[in-house]
Write a protein that binds this ligand. Structure first.
Ligand code: 5GP
Ligand code: MN
Length: 339
């Protein structure tokens, strides 16, 4: 983002605008925290603002300030499309390719609005008028903090904005333990706490509101954990039957993939989750060090993300998807053993 871009955006936002803010499909803590943080900030500057999520998000995010105003494109399609068509400015947050919004891709691509991307994933597409992309950032929430700062408005950050932004920084850094966490991340988090984010309460709301069944599902996932020591890899599977048995709800599998990395000497972890309704196996990859799961997922599982955290999918059965994964691993054995 150049100084010229910043001046352009300042000028654009100097008068009230019709604004839509969009996170990626299956929004996570960073997607909802960043869109809602930006929502509160823009509302304070008298814009007419709507957050439109492609679809539903997990219950553990349903307390974030302003979340009850979020529209969902999959269930409120015509209202959402109208808002997008009439928008003067569209912010796209926590993704960098329009297909990541699922069925919203077309209406977003058609829109004549000025588009502003704020995102920390690798290899951004070129759809936006203004692209604020930084892969060294822990989270899009951290970037929204810097965005507000660049516009000279840090003083406008109140406890609502601070709470929203703290959520995404906390969730995308695994509570400040992943390597994407920098000293600057901590500085931003400290500033947010000073501005009213209740760090302990936020952590509690996100991580300590499990249902009994969710913990049982975690137990099932851990008993399915397999290790491939020669490739320093571990993986977990969850079949649709297992998900049903524990009354699976959106978000219940969030974070489970990380348990693979908790094993000594394991630096590459995967989880394969069967989704009969979508007809896919949803995959999450995590790594430690320089092994790029973004590249791995792009090459083999139609996905992408970051060096140490990426998603992907497969149209094969659960068993065949795991079979494919295991058959690919030897190609990476040397790389994984030199990490
Ligand atoms: P998760 O495994 O938690 O779904 O995703 C890990 C990271 O990869 C997140 O930052 C997410 O936004 C990104 N991601 C997940 N799925 C995809 C995908 O299909 N394509 C791309 N480019 N990124 C993804
Ligand atoms: Mn993110």
């Amino acid at each position: 983002m150049t100084q010229q871009d910043i001046e352009g955006i300042k000028q654009l936002l100097a008068t009230p605008k019709q604004i839509v803010i969009v996170p990626h499909k299956n929004p996570d803590g960073d997607a909802m925290g960043s869109t809602l943080g930006l929502y509160h900030y823009l509302k304070k500057s008298n814009h007419i603002v709507t957050v439109i999520a492609p679809n539903e998000y997990p219950d553990f995010l349903k307390w974030i300030p302003g979340e009850q105003t979020v529209l969902k494109h999959d269930s409120q399609t015509s209202d959402c499309n109208l808002l997008i068509q009439n928008a003067e400015v569209i912010f796209t947050l926590d993704f960098n390719a329009l297909h990541r919004t699922g069925n919203m891709e077309h209406v977003l691509a058609q829109s004549k609005a000025i588009k502003i991307m704020i995102d920390h994933h690798q290899e951004p597409d070129g759809y936006a008028t203004y692209t604020f992309s930084d892969v060294t950032m822990s989270s899009t929430c951290e970037m929204v903090y810097h965005f507000i700062n660049m516009l000279g408005d840090t003083y406008k950050i109140d406890s609502n904005i601070a709470t929203c932004l703290y959520v995404g920084i906390m969730t995308d850094t695994g509570s400040f333990r992943f390597s994407c966490t920098t000293s600057n991340t901590h500085r931003v988090a400290a500033n947010l706490i000073e501005k009213g984010a209740n760090n302990s309460q936020i952590h509690n709301n996100i991580y300590d509101a499990n249902s009994f069944e969710r913990l049982q599902l975690l137990g099932c996932a851990l008993s399915n954990l397999k290790v491939i020591p020669e490739s320093r890899a571990a993986y977990i599977t969850l079949s649709q039957e297992e998900l049903n048995k524990f009354n699976y709800k959106k978000g219940d599998t969030e974070g489970i993939v990380n348990y693979g990395l908790a094993l000594d000497n394991i630096i590459f972890a995967a989880i394969f989750i069967e989704d009969k309704q979508e007809g896919i196996i949803k995959i999450s990859f995590r790594s430690k060090g320089n092994f790029s799961v973004n590249e791995f997922s792009r090459a083999h599982f139609e996905g992408g993300g970051h060096t140490n955290a990426a998603g992907g999918k497969s149209y094969l059965s659960l068993k065949d998807t795991v079979g494919k994964f295991i058959s690919i691993l030897p190609t990476y054995k040397i790389t994984l053993n030199h990490e």
